[in-house]
Design a protein around this ligand. Sequence first.
Ligand code: GLA
Length: 388
Amino acid sequence: MNDSLTARAADVFLAAFGQPATIRVQAPGRVNLIGEHTDYNGGLVLPCAIGYRTVIVARPRADRRMRVVAADYDDAIDEYALDAPIERLAAPMWANYVRGVVHELLQREPSGHSLPGMDMVIAGDVPQGAGLSSSASLSVAVCTLFSTLPDHPGLGPIEAALVAQRAENDFVGCKCGNMDQISSACGVQDHALLIDCRSLQVSPVPIPAGAAIMIVESHITRGLVDSAYNTRRAQCEQAARHFGVPALRDVDLATLAEKGDGLDPVALRRARHVVSENARVVAAAEALAAGDLERMGELMAASHASMRDDFEITVPAIDRLVDIVKDAIGDAGGVRMTGGGFGGCVVALVPEALVEVARLALARDYRAPNGAQATVHVCRAAAGAGSL
Ligand code: GLA
């Protein structure tokens, strides 16, 4: 936890608005242990919230104006009225995540008149563009902020996550699934979350004592992520249509083998990733609950190979990172790429005693194409969004 974040936001608030903030909320980023590109296929994921988060300090206004300051962007301000149509901006993007959630919340209230205006300052320490869901943590923080208002019907964590997801899907224009927002809203300290992305059931699974979650940033800029993501989504939908089911969640490996003929071979490989990944998530939740890091290691290795060979979302530098960490930790733990793909981070689950071994190997053997060293974060699974 970084309480200097809240203090910085409070200072900026006082300087910008001349009086102190009255509400403080936070929402964390997330790292996904296993279950990649399964969420929008109605499937299963096993992420956890992390100790990097977005903090918002705010003060409701008597009128219907919004004044939103981004402490991480030179205190840039976005101002608008809740009574005029809320438009998506060409830039800056951070403003659209706030606007999107406000827009969604107004849609939920037919009268549209119970949402007050708000002065707010946003500050965050979730690494951006690294696949750790800085944007979901911002949208969920905005939902959480409005949920704390006494005369406003509070949203439960799942509802808040779905509002945040809709804001990203429909307002910002990113067709993401629901994993990131649910992880941020529903995180449980020292637990991973087994999320059924169709039924929305969330089952916390304890992270074994003595296991460290290592997040390693590759410093590979994720290029063309949105178009590659949308292409994968379309290929999965094409495969689901071929099998005559609403989503790939409804296909098992036997059906894939029996009825895969006639499906485009690329779509078939995409489907094989999703179907096998769902099965791995179930096995991983069991292994984690049993404290079996060796089994987690096997499943994470199989997940990485499937993302590399069938879903084709890894890049050489990421494969290299995974190999370096795997060589360092052996069978004692697991490592795989995490998040949407094409760069970003790898996640490792390792006995604490091996963290330094892996760190040394990375410092010795990894350089990004631009010469940068990998950045290593050792995290604990964190609680979800809430008041501070
Ligand atoms: C991104 C999306 C998520 C999920 C992952 C891949 O993080 O926002 O909804 O699809 O990619 O698992």
